[in-house]
Structures are given as C-alpha cells and as structure tokens.
Design a protein. Structure first.
Length: 133
C-alpha cells in the first residue's frame, strides 16, 4: 500500500525536511534515534518527490551525506549511527535510478558504494579485542 505524501505543497515539504534535518543533526541519547532517522528519511524522500532533475539529484545527495555524517559522528549513540548506516539504501536506490543512463553518474555512484562498504566494515565492526575474551 503506497502512502500519499504527508505534505500538501513544496513549501510544506521543505519546512518538514528542515525540521527533520535539524533533529537528525542534534546529538543525543534520547532513545528516539530510530524515530528521528526514519522521520528524516521520510521527509527527505517526500521533498525529493516534489523536485525534478538536478534539484532532485542534489536533494538525494544531501540526504545521503547527512546520513553518512550521522553514521560517522562519535557524538551520536551507536544505535543512531547503525540506523543511519542501515538506511543509506533509500537515497542510494533513488540515485541509481537517476544515474541509470548516465555513465559518469554511475561511476560516481559505484565509487560511493565502495566507500560506504568500507566505512560500514570499519565503523561498525565489533571490536576485535572484545571478541577474543
């Protein structure tokens, strides 16, 4: 079942996104980490739906960058960082649709996916010292 966007106009979508982005960037251990990340992703994707062309591409890249920053920020709790990493696929999938017929964009996206794979491997890998105890 596909849900209709929660906002009725581009301005509403932009305001919702700005609020969600500010909540995403605020470090804290409030226990609402998954909710904040989920809200940010939903608002970001809703705003991208209103945009087209380069504006949509830039919005998706911004969303991806914010999720990466959230995943690598040591001020955020581990649950928040892990949830950011786990949800990188939504903007990545939309970007892959945009870059489907663009070889330069596809190369950029492939390099980005490789970097994300390395980041996920090293950022959220369990501590090796702890596993030997």
């Amino acid at each position: 079942m596909k849900h209709a966007p929660a906002t009725s106009s581009l301005v509403d979508a932009q305001l919702d996104y700005i609020l969600a982005e500010s909540l995403l960037k605020r470090p804290g251990s409030d226990g609402l980490s998954p909710t904040r990340v989920r809200a940010y992703i939903e608002r970001s994707m809703a705003l991208a739906d209103y945009l087209s062309g380069k504006a949509r591409e830039k919005q998706l890249l911004r969303s991806l960058k914010n999720l990466i920053n959230g995943a690598t920020d040591p001020l955020h709790p581990l649950l928040f960082r892990q949830y950011c990493l786990d949800n990188l696929n939504r903007p990545l999938l939309r970007l892959s649709r945009i870059y489907r017929h663009n070889p330069d964009g596809q190369r950029y996206l492939d390099a980005l996916k490789y970097e994300l794979h390395l980041m996920q491997r090293f950022c959220c890998a369990p501590n090796q010292e702890e596993s030997y105890e």
